[in-house]
Design a protein around this ligand. Structure first.
Ligand code: SAM
Length: 341
């Protein structure tokens, strides 16, 4: 079955159901090994690092799962100045980062003009770096402006490809059609795009996951970000159970098999639910890690979910901690833009 999934680069709903529920250790080990071999054939034992800068936790949206949703009045809001963001990229550059990911809530303060100014300054200072934006749903025109200013990648998790499930996770003012359209627009403009979803989000089923995988096969993104859903205590989903590491690892392997070249991060959320989550993610077919470059005094405020790791560490500590973690499992962190092959 695993060979068939690998050859067809596709999975049936029955195969998915089996792989997500089986306790057959040999089968699970084979799934993991095939995924790792597939990643290694393309990317060797190299792991790409991206420097993550969480530059604002203001958000106009109200997604039920997210700790920085607008209705969370317990969130301690912050936004970094342009100078602070540039200082993060400078520090990151010295530490060997050649990709910066600027992530934030949908913060109206950061108008297109401000985003473009920021992107073009980073582009001028660091022409050899990739600039990734992850700032939510915008018009095609805005995406084009950021691209023209020098952004080359965009991360926008689709969250779920199923309409009913999407409604369970978001208020009526947001729509799955628009989110998907944004991804198509980004691709058409020429960005390297990343979609993705949380594993174990409330209402997720094998059927919705199957639709996620089919959406990935259709979109053929350059990146897929998946990590466990983790409840945040001040959101409507505070009492919902978290997604599990086991399901996340199985899905990482499956995604590697159906989309062999994809850039696949072992996420911070995975590291949050298990101390070796990111190492296990790489050992299940992931090939990217994203250490945090945000200033330490704001780290604790970008609380999408509870108990987030690495909130007290300086950028350099995160960078070298990650290098050692990867070394311990036989992988090498590489200093390069880490483009899709
Ligand atoms: N505003 C941008 C957007 O909408 O894409 C980027 C920021 S958003 C907070 C980044 C991602 O965090 C979301 O796509 C979502 O999948 C993830 N996230 C939010 N709340 C989470 C939670 N409770 N557990 C795990 N991941 C979460």
């Amino acid at each position: 079955m695993i060979q068939e999934i690998k050859c067809r680069r596709d999975i049936s709903i029955e195969q998915l159901e089996y792989l997500l529920t089986t306790e057959n250790k040999d089968c699970l080990e084979m799934l993991r090994e095939e995924a790792v071999q597939t990643a290694q054939k393309i990317y060797g034992n190299q792991v790409f690092i991206r420097g993550l800068i969480e530059f604002t936790n203001y958000c106009k949206n109200d997604c039920y799962y997210c700790g920085i949703r607008r209705s969370n009045h317990c969130a301690d809001r912050y936004r970094l100045t342009k100078e602070e963001i540039l200082s993060c990229t400078d520090t990151g550059y010295k530490l060997g980062f050649r990709t910066f990911v600027l992530q934030g809530g949908e913060d109206p303060y950061f108008t297109d003009e401000r985003i473009c100014e920021l992107v073009s300054e980073i582009r001028q200072k660091h022409p050899d770096c990739a600039i990734t934006l992850s700032i939510g749903e915008k018009s095609k025109e805005s995406y084009q402006r950021y691209f023209d200013a020098g952004a080359d990648r965009y991360l926008l998790r689709h969250e779920t490809a199923n309409g009913t499930h999407y409604r369970r996770l978001h208020p009526d003012e947001l729509s799955l059609e628009h989110r998907k359209q944004c991804l198509w627009d980004l691709k058409e403009i020429g960005y390297q795009v990343g979609c993705g979803f949380m594993v174990g989000s409330p209402g997720q089923t094998t059927e919705t996951l199957y639709e996620d995988l089919q959406f990935i096969r259709k979109l053929m993104p350059h990146m897929v970000g998946i990590g466990p859903f983790i409840p945040q205590k001040d959101t409507p989903f505070a009492r919902e159970p978290a997604g599990t590491m086991e399901q996340t690892l199985r899905l990482l392997s499956i995604i590697r098999l159906i989309h062999p070249h994809v850039l696949l991060p072992a996420t911070t959320a995975l590291g949050t639910i298990h101390p070796k989550g990111r190492e296990l993610g790489i050992q299940s077919g992931a090939n990217v890690v994203m250490p945090n470059l945000s200033p330490v005094d704001v780290r604790d405020k970008y609380k999408l979910y509870d108990n987030k790791i690495c909130t007290g560490d300086e950028a350099a500590e995160c960078r070298f901690c990650m290098e050692n973690r990867m070394k311990s499992i036989g992988y090498q962190v590489v200093v390069s833009r880490g483009d899709y092959i």
